[in-house]
Design a protein around this ligand. Structure first.
Ligand code: NAD
Length: 476
């Protein structure tokens, strides 16, 4: 039965959408439409922004410790429903269930971490000056528009909503049209957490809904994760009113295997570093840089490892490669695979649709060798399970290739010599880079440089993006 949703979460209750337009929700593993959502228009967005504006002053004036308690209750409420939320995410975007659960399990930790930042937030400091004193205040920016992609909807929402609420901002959330149903579940948690009505509002819809949120004059900050193209449009729109904006965009990150790399030690990272979530991860190391002296060995190891990763039904706990999120995304990935062939790269693995799966937006894990960094498959974000291996002769050349990119989001350096790898990591132009690891801690800043975005999420400075500094100069 089709699950039809025709409401937005505004002012703490479900309000029937003003727009009559609906968008289908498709199960990428079966290609079946199983739900529909309201495609919010400017009037829906206005209602949500008005609700967020109405309570902005009251929420800003609550003590940070009270907001921290709300975030902890939100974490508890989320934790109690992880299985249900994970299954809902998997049904919408095809993330393998074991990965979906691992991603959702980070979310309560994120909210608790932001609660701890709220606890330590100093909202006013006194400064002595030559002419008296000054009170330097840190005040919430106001209403935040949070625009979320489909690849990790709840964690990427937590990265924005957590610091926004901790800082004292209210918010309007615009989930991706592919993954709005988990946002409906999330709305139910807000009341459990005792977060006052109107502090968090959710308007579903597509690109136009997001654009209406960005354009709304009462929104003071946009926090966005998604494509570089959308990020450029959002940054331009925010510039008109000098809205605050953080953008976490695409990537084409390099994983440098140094010439002393232990391939057996690297093997367990192949999935999590190079193609997590069926390659639909912004920080994936989709350009592997291999020393010429060991090129064949690296290509063989990557091919064998990727081929052995279980692919299939995303609801099967053993699966690690599921379908891509949508037909459009599969077409995009397939067009890049075709392009790679035309550009003269050598296809080592995959390149087609997996045998025996005639329904679902599946693509085989694909590995290209003999790739030159000037090829488009080495320069553009593909966002699928496609890895390219680029040879290099010297460490300096590896660093030059890694940095010869429009992007700068992730990166990785692998070597048994941790200090040598760290010295290389220091020279990579990027927002984040791992040494012998594919994971990153939420206690450290995360974000990109160049076309990978501006601003940082997570880490001890995460609240800064949601706070304005105000100075009160005082005479005697
Ligand atoms: P997208 O960037 O178009 O969409 C992401 C979110 O932004 C969605 O909620 C969407 O409705 C909204 N949006 C899009 N354009 C907007 C605009 N002009 N103003 C306001 N909101 C807007 O991503 P997509 O179309 O779903 O995917 C396309 C490509 O983006 C992918 O192939 C991939 O390369 C990249 N992508 C990157 C990430 C990431 O984490 N960096 C996430 C998703 C997609």
């Amino acid at each position: 039965m089709l699950n039809e949703h025709d409401a937005h979460f505004i002012g703490g209750r479900w309000q029937k959408a003003r727009s009559a337009h609906r968008l289908p929700v498709v199960d990428p593993a079966t290609e079946e439409i199983f739900a529909s959502i309201a495609d919010g228009d400017a009037a829906d967005v206005h209602a949500a922004v008005s609700a967020a504006t109405d309570v902005a002053g009251e929420w800003a004036n609550t003590a940070p410790s009270v907001r921290a308690e709300s975030l902890r209750r939100l974490a508890d409420a989320f934790e109690a429903r992880i299985d249900e939320i994970s299954a809902t995410v998997t049904r919408q975007n095809g993330t393998p269930i074991s990965i979906a659960k691992a991603m959702q399990s980070q979310v309560p930790k994120n909210y608790r971490y932001f609660a701890s930042l709220a606890d330590s937030l100093v909202t006013e400091r006194q400064m002595r000056t030559a002419s008296g004193d000054a009170l330097v205040r840190r005040e919430p920016v106001g209403v935040v528009g949070a625009i979320i992609p489909w690849n990790g909807p709840q964690p990427l929402l937590a990265w924005k909503l957590g610091p926004a609420l901790a800082a004292g901002c209210t918010a309007v959330v615009k989930p991706a049209q592919e993954t709005s149903l988990d946002a409906y579940l999330f709305a139910e948690l807000l009341a459990h957490a005792g977060i006052p009505d109107g502090v968090v509002n959710i308007v579903t819809g597509g690109r136009e809904t997001g654009a209406a949120l960005v354009d709304h004059p009462l929104v003071r900050k946009i926090a966005f994760t998604g494509s570089t193209a959308a990020g450029q449009a959002i940054a331009a729109a925010c510039a008109r009113d000098f809205k605050r904006v953080t953008l976490e965009l695409g990537g084409k990150s390099a994983g440098i295997l140094l010439d002393d790399v232990d391939l057996d030690a690297f093997r367990p990272f192949v999935y999590s570093a190079c193609a997590p979530n069926t390659g639909q991860t912004c920080r994936a190391l989709t350009r592997v840089l291999a020393p010429r002296s060991r090129y064949g060995e690296v290509v063989d190891m990557l091919g064998e490892t990727l081929a052995a990763i279980p692919l299939g039904d995303p609801t099967d706990p053993a699966t690690l490669f599921g379908p891509l999120v949508s037909q459009r995304q599969r077409e995009r990935v397939e067009s890049y695979i075709e392009l790679g062939r035309k550009e003269g790269a050598g296809l080592v693995l995959g390149g087609g649709r997996p045998a025996g799966l005639d329904r679902g937006y599946y693509v085989e894990p694909t590995l290209f060798r003999d790739v030159d960094n000037s090829m488009r498959i080495a320069r553009e974000e593909i966002f699928g399970p496609v890895v390219v291996v680029i040879p290099y002769a010297t460490e300096d050349e590896a660093i030059a290739i890694a940095n010869d990119s429009e992007f700068g989001l992730g990166g990785g350096v692998f070597s048994p010599d941790r200090e040598r790898a760290t010295a290389v990591a220091r020279r990579i132009v990027t927002g984040t880079v791992g040494v012998n690891t594919a994971s990153f801690p939420m206690e450290a800043p995360f974000g990109g440089v160049k076309k990978s975005g501006i601003g940082r999420e997570l880490g001890p400075t995460a609240l800064d993006a949601y706070l304005e500094t105000k100075t009160i100069f005082r005479g005697v």
